[in-house]
Ligand binder design. Structure first.
Ligand SMILES: Cc1ncc(COP(=O)(O)O)c(C=O)c1O
Length: 379
């Protein structure tokens, strides 16, 4: 069983870790926002919330996203979640039934595969290339299967780093309308762009209420606060809000929402995202340059334009998992590619993350990894 919590020996540089560095989690920001919010003589945040999420918070979130996305977001099109994970699970509850088929990308976010397995969904993989999901391959599959939804990570994809082009976003939405399926776009990395300004989230391409775009504060603020959102047409959001889970619980994380509302209103979050982008850009550059200098020529990757990851391709006959004992012995590690494949393929790939360590450790990690690969003895 794969454990996702961290328990690393101090010497280990685990480039497989995809969570933020503790040093970049903004304790002061949260303290300031909480002090601001709790300074009001108002116990309302301690009450049950509303199913779709507090309207004041959604208004502040819409203003923040309109700025970040470069296009107007309507607060009525936002639904507050306890992070993208809960959003995805909720979507599975109300928009798919056990035994239904969902389409995913190959590779895809490996823990989404676990959610689909928990939900007894049948998973079919679609290929991606350097511009993301390939619409022609989707169209071909649609001739024989109608999925409940297509799950895609369109921007700074986990694990491959690719971004779906604007033209393909339009094609995808057109297909969803023509064939009657939903698009579940997991857009948690959208605001973390370093060298590429991505096309707007898929919700901006929606022409007929077929798109649910998920966002999260996990990547831009702190994963521990468990807060995110779904952007979609009110007709879709209403299905989520009227379900038993939300009716009984009264909205997801209303207390945390009010703290983050203060962070948004005080301008703290926008400033923090700018700092994060600079720090992550430096880290991405440090890792990419070190890998470029030291890896054997047969190991290929694209320098990251945003997000958290570098996807490294080894020659097709190599098995990344088989290299892990040698890597661990050299105090370095990574995520083997097969985890990101619904069918256990992609054995010759591995995923590296540049967000958990500062530049020096990343350079050191690249050197250790390069030494392991060079030892394989391939010309
Ligand atoms: C593509 C993707 N979706 C969702 C998540 C989890 O997001 P959250 O913390 O908002 O549940 C991650 C985290 O690694 C991710 O990479």
């Amino acid at each position: 069983m794969q454990i996702t919590q961290l328990d690393l020996p101090p010497e280990m540089i685990d480039l497989g870790v995809g969570q933020p560095d503790l040093a970049l989690l903004p304790l002061d920001l949260i303290r300031q926002a909480a002090t601001h919010r709790l300074g009001f003589d108002d116990p309302a945040p301690l009450q049950y919330g509303t199913e779709q999420g507090n309207a004041y918070f959604r208004r502040a979130l819409a203003a923040f996203l309109s700025e970040g996305y470069g296009g107007a977001v309507d607060p009525r099109h936002l639904f507050v979640t306890a992070g993208a994970t809960y959003g995805l699970d909720l979507i599975c509850t109300y928009f798919a039934r056990p035994g239904d088929t969902v389409f995913v990308e190959e590779p895809t976010y490996f823990l989404a595969l676990r959610i689909f397995a928990d939900r007894r969904l049948n998973v079919v993989s679609l290929p991606i290339d350097h511009r993301g999901l390939v619409p022609e391959a989707l169209e071909e599959k649609l001739a024989s299967v109608r999925p409940a939804f297509v799950y895609t990570v369109p921007t700074f994809h986990n694990p491959s780093g690719t971004t779906l082009s604007a033209h393909r976003r339009e094609q995808l939405v057109r297909l969803s309308r023509r064939h009657g399926f939903l698009i579940v776009a997991d857009e948690v990395y959208h605001l973390l762009n370093y060298t590429l300004k991505p096309p707007p989230p898929l919700a901006f391409f929606d022409t007929g209420g077929t798109v649910l775009s998920m966002g999260s504060f996990s990547k831009i603020l702190a994963p521990g606060i468990r807060l995110g959102w779904i952007q979609a047409a009110p007709s879709l959001l209403g299905r989520l809000a009227r379900g038993g889970l939300l009716l009984s619980s009264g909205g997801m994380n209303p207390f945390t929402s009010t703290i983050v509302e203060s962070a948004l209103e005080l301008g703290l979050l926008a400033a923090h995202v700018e700092r994060l982008k600079q720090a992550y850009h430096r880290r991405a550059t440090a890792l990419a340059e070190a890998l470029g200098r030291q890896l054997p020529a047969w190991a290929a990757f694209q320098p990251p334009a945003g997000g958290f990851f570098i996807w490294l391709a080894l020659p097709p006959d190599m098995d990344a998992e088989a290299l892990q004992p040698a890597a661990r012995a050299n105090n370095v590690n990574f995520q083997p590619g097969f985890r990101f494949s619904a069918g256990g393929a992609l054995k010759s790939f591995l995923r590296l993350s540049f967000v958990y360590y500062a530049e020096d450790r990343l350079r050191e990690g690249a050197e250790r990894l390069a030494a392991v690969l060079k030892n394989v003895g391939r010309k």
